[in-house]
Design a protein around this ligand. Sequence first.
Ligand SMILES: [Zn+2]
Length: 440
Amino acid sequence: MDLLIINGLLIDPSQDIENLNALLIEGSSVRGIVDRASYSVQGDSAQVKGYPGKKFSVIDAKDKWVVPGLIDIHTHMRDPGYEYKEDIITGTRAAMLAGFTSVCAMPNTRPVNDNKAVTHYMISKAEAMGYVNLFPIAAASKGSEGAELSEIYDLVEAGAVAVSDDGMPIASAELLRKVLLYIKPIGMPVVDHPEELSLGRSGYMNEGTVSVRLGLDGIPQTAESIAVARDILLAGETGSRLHLAHISTRYSVELVRWAKKMGIPVTCEATPHHFSLSDQAVEGYNTDAKVNPPLRSERDRQALLEAISDGTIDCIVSDHAPHGRDEKEIEFDKALNGISGLETSLGLSLQLVHSGIIDKRRLVRLMSQQPAQIMGLKGKGTLRPGSDADVTIISPDDTWIVDRDTFVSKGKNTPFHGMELRGRAWMTITGGTIHGDTRF
Ligand SMILES: [Zn+2]
């Protein structure tokens, strides 16, 4: 469609832009940003200088922010294989309504995405719906079993943007080193879920006063940080790109800070649940707050906030992990790990802006520009002329209550049910198409 988005606050850190100019979209591409003197509006269409005889449909974004489409590089779409938890139709529709225009999907499906057929299936199913762009992250090892390299070149050719065994770490240092070396000429990141399994599988929640009080075996912070240190050293040695998934402890943050200072090509992500909640949320044996890595101490949470604000953390991801009801509504030790995070991700992240921890531009960097850079998504994360017409319009002051029963995702497992949040997505435009399927 040919669109002119007017009256909104345009925020594009890639061009150092934050102003009230209008965004011009022609077909599936951004044409440019035009000032008030360059267009005239009649009803709901507009004429734009330099485009004689052409009519643009007007979107009035008054009191809203117009930003490059948000990108979530860590989701579990559960399809193929676990469609009772989520499928690509519900998952990508939830993403779209939550303000995302692109998602990366982890490979821990059934079968595992370690072959072209699964990669093709995921991409084509998402394309057929057209809600958002879906970029698969393929398995680093065959079956994500951590023994043998997967067919990485094949998977990349089929459309994978990175490799990971997420859900599990790449436990063998030797194998991770091999994957890093193998992927180096391709220039893609290896995404590792940093966990030392001998410690990480020792408990059910963060080790601390809350775990002691609840009588639950704890997972020490070293379960993560030891793996973070190992991964960073291997990235440093090989010179390959490493992206650390969902870091959650103050030691991990310090290690990443050190790595960046040393010039090691490492990036990392944090989730809204880790920066919004501490292990207190587990009180009452709340299985909706059971997640891996576990919700950490308040001190760790504060360290994450500081790292988000100073740029140590490169992006925010939902780690969307939907589960069936009977996988969560059971004894704490038996409940599966994970939070259905897509539909609260932007709302929780906006609280960082409202509370002054980050500014609007940093939010856009964390949720659009840097995710695009990390995954090498060309034409995304920016509103430069010629880029893809992926746009999110945010209503920053719209107050709402999280209600799991209205989630579009099949996963209703959220510890944020009933929480009041300020700000949410108002409209998403993917490839120049506005989806009629909006709730607002
Ligand atoms: Zn993970």
